[in-house]
Design a protein around this ligand. Structure first.
Ligand SMILES: Nc1nc2c(ncn2[C@@H]2O[C@H](COP(=O)(O)OP(=O)(O)OP(=O)(O)O)[C@@H](O)[C@H]2O)c(=O)[nH]1
Length: 335
């Protein structure tokens, strides 16, 4: 009996923590994992900075259970939420409380602004979480085009690299071989342990990131000996988010002209923006998103019958003037 109990308690649910700076390619990786044929049943927890759950809408794979935590950063205000969701999932796995969720691993996508250390701590410091879950690996997606800049001025970006078990050097199509090599050297000097893979569109064999048993707390403690005790962590408070909403149909050309005009002068201030637009005389939602000055808009699925048609755009960056954005967005209404 004792042996059996030990076996049960040691069978903890593996968790992959997916981090990476804003726009690096985390959702792209998540979609890639969820569409791949690997046989794992994955419960996904996504954390969004800003009020609108755009990420949830961007994630494909309707079969997976997706739990979303909005309105805060996973490493601060919603850490309690994370513990609660992990507890609920653990119970649902065995059909407790009348709900059954069938999964064999958990994947957590953190917001690009999260410092991973407090999230990792949760798996060691919270006893109930520790009993039920084991951290399999911290996978950090790095944007080959913008990482140097993010690493120069961001504490979170540095921590994300420092705590990674696997680094995906993504978007290599946007950087030269020399740039990629020099970034690789920089990453290697920051984190000598992580396995580094170069990727385009976060395309990687799932065996290289799931079930790899790569997380080793002793290595993390070598990097930062006090990290399990750290109560506080720093945030770059100059980074904020704005949510724009408009119920009237918009004119896509006006939106593009307005946004593009602003981006050409302020592209460095905006890390990430994304949303769906309700465009005049267009049956589909239009997905609009970008990272700094790289911007794309594309037709998404058609609006469903009875679905509220509304445009929602989230911007994350520095020095964002909310009233200026609200006014500009309103002026994009189609006439
Ligand atoms: N050119 C290029 N674009 C990429 C690549 N990978 C992802 N993208 C694009 O980069 C943008 C951001 O990708 P996401 O996967 O949404 O990034 P993210 O890290 O989830 O972003 P946040 O959730 O905002 O932090 C999207 O427009 C992707 O299509 C790549 O390898 N090359």
């Amino acid at each position: 009996m004792a042996v059996e109990m030990n076996t049960v308690s040691r069978e903890r649910i593996p968790v992959t923590l997916l981090t990476g700076f804003l726009g690096a390619g985390k959702t792209t990786l998540l979609n890639h994992i969820l569409s791949a044929n690997h046989g794992h049943k994955i419960a996904v927890i996504v954390n969004e900075f800003g009020e609108v759950g755009v990420d949830n809408k961007l994630v494909v794979g309707a079969d997976e259970e997706i739990f979303e935590m909005n309105n805060g950063c996973i490493c601060c205000t919603v850490r309690g939420d994370l513990i609660r969701i992990l507890g609920e999932l653990r119970d649902a796995r065995i059909g407790k409380n009348g709900r059954k969720v069938d999964f064999d691993r958990v994947l957590i996508e953190t917001t690009g602004l999260a410092d991973p250390a407090p999230v990792i701590q949760t798996f060691y410091v919270d006893q109930e979480v520790d009993d039920a879950y084991s951290l399999d690996a911290v996978v950090t997606v790095v944007d080959a085009k913008h990482a140097e800049q993010h690493l120069d001025d961001g504490h979170e970006a540095q921590e994300q690299v420092a705590f990674a078990d696997v680094l995906l050097l993504n978007k290599i199509d946007l950087a030269s071989e020399d740039e990629v090599k020099s970034l690789e050297n920089r990453l290697r000097s920051m984190n000598p342990y992580a396995r580094i893979y170069r990727t385009e569109k976060s395309n990687i064999e799932t065996e290289k990131i799931l079930g790899i048993n790569a997380f080793d707390i002793s290595k993390k403690l070598e990097i930062d000996p006090g990290f399990l005790e750290e109560e506080d962590h720093e945030h770059d408070n100059s980074v904020t988010s704005i949510v724009l909403r408009e119920e009237k149909p918009l004119d896509l050309r006006k939106v593009e002209k307005w946004l593009f005009g602003w981006l050409t002068t302020h592209g460095a201030d905006v890390f990430r923006y994304k949303g769906f637009l309700y465009i005049n005389n267009v049956k589909q939602r239009v997905l609009i998103q970008g990272v700094h000055m790289l911007f794309e808009s594309a037709g998404d699925r058609p609006w469903k019958d009875g679905e509220e048609k509304i445009s929602e755009l989230v911007l994350i960056g520095r020095n964002l003037d909310s009233s200026w954005f609200q006014k500009g967005f309103e002026e994009c209404v189609a006439h």
